[in-house]
Design a protein around this ligand. Structure first.
Ligand code: ANZ
Ligand code: ZN
Length: 859
């Protein structure tokens, strides 16, 4: 038979699916729905192997569920706003819009060549005003409902680019583009009140049982609920004059007797007050502000303090005072921006106390430790234990001590038990051009005024310049000048745009009615399709994107747009695609295609045969050049091969190593399948040949193999065990390939097995499956065919007759399930009356089991 021409075949079926609109989703309340969604791509230029893996996995689920009778929604769109477009504008002098839409066109063509079962009629791009107008409207609703507000906040400021940086854009204290030392600045910015839902966002995690445990844990940690206390300390100056109260937050009130200092954030109002007449303190504050606002950075920075002219009176021990510092490791945004330091039981406090020579008092020790010799001078003890050196708390365990001390503080009126969340409100202002404009207007008379709904969308102007750093909207000659909707006077537009995480917080809702103009979505459509039944994406989005989406859904609920709480019912996080790295002798990285393996197994550079250093397999990245271009793989081997290899190699949640050998192996398998099927076709019974009344043994064996594969593979797909599913298909292909039909029933069984096989590979290698389906004589499209149903009778285990011997002599036989474990065979044999009699109450010397054949009991 001729070689399988994947290039022609893949293009052919893609065209047929498109013309027939096979994957178009239409709401149908009489049918169960299934919404499959992969995290939509950022149009960066070209698709990469990570996309291919992600979309292949989603496509397997989508095609499988469709065959199982679900009304499947499987849409695709573009997360199209973002910084890279602006960088391209600056570097390549191309307008962000042009750059973005060109990338979308390229990537769309690439995705189409993968043969994905997508409903392209629902395509959307978040940078399109028809999309973001609804986002602006929702924001106005949230604002009205008190879920959006403006607040002064500290931000990372790049003094060279004159721009705010996200925490991730600060690398070792410097701006990621300019390399300039980042400063902290205070700006008034928009925030969304995600903390309003902190408790619900946390407690509902428990019900998301189709989410990976690790993702739920990461979210829980991010929300960070902690029980603790607020405690008031009386302050005096060194001369003893009253300086008012200081409120601190602690999660360890049980360690209050171990306090040896107080520390305030340098942004604390008290510190600002004291700094007015203290140049040294001013200098210290300025120094601390040079580091960014990222908590991780503050954690690792060396602990620094500045002693303030204050003493703090211990709330439980009259007469005991501790010194008060301004310190770089206390954040203003958390708790009250002030702490008491307990160096015996906290790492940071220990480092601080050691540096400034402050007392380190143990107040908790391990249960079985000796109180006299127990010390925390060298290292703090941060675990659970029993309380010591703490008056009425002595002998209590930590949790009990917390409750007791909180009760006492409340009685005395110097403290209060609290619940605290680590979660901060979501700061959504960005001083950027390529984002969704924030629909607000600033008027000197009226303050901040919402843009009237009739004026939405606030569109981005096209005529902007990127010749200078900073925000192009801010320096646009006319765009920001408007009349105040409230008083009609001169006013200015908000020139900040939204964090692009907003764009991706509701796109899955928009997919349910992507073309509706009057509203973000139609209630009925949305109610039918949502929630997403299976969401698939990278674990790098495990926290923010998912949390923001869960928040946005709740915010919509608050303004009566939906009654749902959660957007994603099932979540799967896929592993990365990796490749080994190659380095030439001059140290430069080489692309995989620039190296080859010699017959002797050495790796050399193609151009000059010089030796190449082979590094370990790492995530594909442009910087190390260990990337393989999906286009090239699809061109050389076909989409089905790429898909098959992606699915076959490792469990989908784990990293996958891309290898040339793996790809060619997958390719050869496609070719072989095509050959085996074509050859078998010649002697198969007709497509409508009646099912034989009885089957020969060989036929039954084959039928069992095929029907068991249906059952097992379906379970594998449901459980995301794609690699196991592929292994089963290899096995079944081997069984079919080896079958030499001896009788008519066997021939019928071969056709049946082949048909089953073709249906089963449908979700994975859809083009080849479609081709073989047609070759088998079918006039229907496989993509529109139902999933095969396994015959129950063929799933039950076979039994075998096993001989039972005593000292090598046959005494009896037993019926066992085929491949029963040895222990089962042994137990059954020892229970036989003949054997019991023969043993006469003594234990056997040993029992030899030959699986499926003999059990020999040796006396
Ligand atoms: C006294 C103490 C003793 C503390 C001890 C810890 C251990 P989590 O649990 O992560 O929420 N803290 C409070 N506010 C802070 C701020 N604004 N910046 C930096 N640190 C702050 O952390 C709560 C603990 O972090 C609090 O409990 C406080 O130190 C510190 F053996 O109080 B602890
Ligand atoms: Zn006004």
């Amino acid at each position: 038979p001729p070689r399988y021409n994947f290039r022609e075949t893949e293009a052919k079926w893609q065209k047929v699916w498109e013309e027939r609109q096979t994957f178009r989703a239409v709401m149908d309340a009489s049918r169960p729905k299934y919404y499959v969604l992969e995290m939509f791509p950022y149009p960066s230029g070209r698709i990469h192997m990570g996309h291919v893996r992600n979309y292949t996995q989603g496509d397997v689920i989508a095609r499988y569920k469709r065959a199982k009778g679900f009304n499947v929604l499987h849409p695709m769109g573009w997360d199209a706003f973002g910084l890279p477009a602006e960088n391209a504008a600056m570097e390549k002098k191309v307008h962000p819009k042009k750059w973005t839409y060109e990338n979308i066109a390229t990537m769309k063509a690439q995705l189409k060549s993968m043969g994905l079962s997508l409903d392209w009629s629902r395509e959307l791009a978040t940078c399109d005003p028809s999309y973001y107008r609804h986002q602006q409207k929702m924001f106005l609703d949230f604002w009205k409902a008190g879920l959006a507000y403006r607040k002064e906040a500290w931000v990372n400021w790049d003094p060279v680019d004159n721009t705010v940086l996200a925490n991730e854009q600060v690398i070792e204290g410097r701006g990621w583009r300019t390399g300039a030392l980042v400063e902290r600045r205070k700006l008034t910015q928009w925030n969304l009140k995600i903390t309003h839902f902190a408790d619900e966002l946390l407690s509902r995690l428990d019900t998301l049982d189709r989410w990976p445990e690790k993702v739920r844990l990461m979210q829980a940690n991010w929300i960070g609920k902690s029980r603790g206390a607020r405690v008031f300390w009386e302050l005096t100056d060194p001369a003893g004059a009253d300086r008012g109260k200081l409120e601190i937050f602690t999660t360890r009130p049980d360690t209050l007797y171990g306090a040896s200092f107080m520390a305030l954030s340098v942004d604390h109002p008290r510190v600002a007050e004291l700094a007015q007449n203290d140049p040294g303190l001013q200098h210290f504050i300025a120094d601390c502000r040079k580091t960014g606002t990222a908590a991780a950075e503050l954690e690792t920075a060396e602990k620094q303090g500045y002693k303030l002219p204050l003493l703090a009176q211990h709330p439980l021990v009259p007469g005991r005072t501790v010194p008060v510092y301004a310190a770089n490791f206390v954040l203003m945004e958390y708790g009250t921006g002030a702490i008491f330091g307990c160096p015996g039981h906290d790492e940071r406090d220990h480092e601080f106390a050691t540096k400034y020579g402050l007392p380190i008092i143990p107040v908790v020790m391990p249960k079985d430790a000796d109180a006299k010799s127990f010390s925390v001078v060298d290292a703090p003890f941060v675990e659970d234990g029993v309380i010591i050196n703490s008056d009425f708390l002595n002998g209590l365990e930590v949790e009990d001590a917390k409750a007791r001390v909180i009760a006492r503080l409340e009685e005395m009126g110097v403290g209060k038990g609290t619940i605290q969340y680590r979660l901060r409100d979501w700061l959504v202002s960005r001083q950027r051009y390529w984002g969704c404009p924030i629909p607000a207007i600033h008027c000197d008379k009226c303050g901040v005024v919402p843009v009237p709904e009739k004026d939405l969308p606030v569109k981005l102007p096209d005529d902007v310049t990127f010749d200078r750093p900073g925000n192009p909207l801010d320096r646009h000659p006319t765009w920001k000048h408007v009349t105040c909707p409230s008083c009609g006077g001169e006013a200015r537009r908000e020139t900040d745009t939204f964090d692009t995480f907003i764009d991706s917080s509701w796109y899955f809702d928009r997919f349910t009615s992507p073309h509706l103009e009057a509203a973000p979505f139609d209630r009925n459509e949305n109610h039918y399709w949502m929630p997403v039944d299976q969401y698939i994406g990278g674990v790098e989005h495990a926290i923010l994107h998912l949390l923001y989406s869960r928040f946005w859904t709740r915010a919509m609920r608050e303004v009566q747009m939906t009654s749902r709480d959660e957007p994603f019912d099932g979540l799967f996080t896929q592993g990365m695609v990796c490749h080994e790295t190659y380095r030439a002798s001059d140290g430069t990285w080489l692309l995989p295609e620039e190296v080859e393996r010699t017959n002797g197994g050495k790796v050399v550079r193609v151009s000059d045969k010089s030796p190449v250093e082979v590094g370990r397999s790492e995530k594909m990245s442009k910087s190390k050049k260990n990337v393989v271009d999906p286009d090239q793989i699809i061109r050389d081997y076909g989409a089905d091969t790429a898909r098959w290899f992606m699915l076959s190699d490792s469990p989908p949640e784990r990293d996958l190593e891309w290898t040339e050998a793996g790809v060619t192996g997958a390719w050869r398998f496609q070719q072989r399948l095509h050959r085996v099927a074509s050859e078998a076709m010649g002697h198969l019974p007709a497509i409508d040949a009646p099912k034989p009344a009885s089957f020969s043994d060989a036929a039954t064996q084959l039928r069992r193999a095929a029907h068991r594969t249906i059952a097992a593979l379906s379970a594998d797909i449901e459980a995301f065990h794609f690699n196991k599913a592929v292994a089963r298909l290899y096995e079944l292909a081997g069984t079919i390939g080896n079958a030499v039909p001896k009788d008519d029933s066997h021939k019928w069984a071969v056709r049946e097995a082949l048909e089953i096989f073709v249906r089963l590979i449908g979700p994975m290698t859809p083009h080849l499956a479609e081709e073989l389906w047609q070759a088998l004589g079918h006039k229907t499209l496989l993509a529109e065919e139902p999933w095969p149903v396994a015959e129950e009778a063929l799933l039950v285990d076979d039994t075998v007759t096993v001989a039972v011997q005593l000292n090598g002599k046959l005494r009896s036989t037993i019926q066992l399930a085929k491949d029963a474990p040895k222990e089962v065979a042994e137990q059954a044999a020892l229970a036989l009356p003949e054997i019991v009699r023969g043993l006469d109450g003594k234990p056997p010397r040993r029992v030899v089991v030959v699986p499926n054949r003999i059990v020999n009991v040796v006396l």
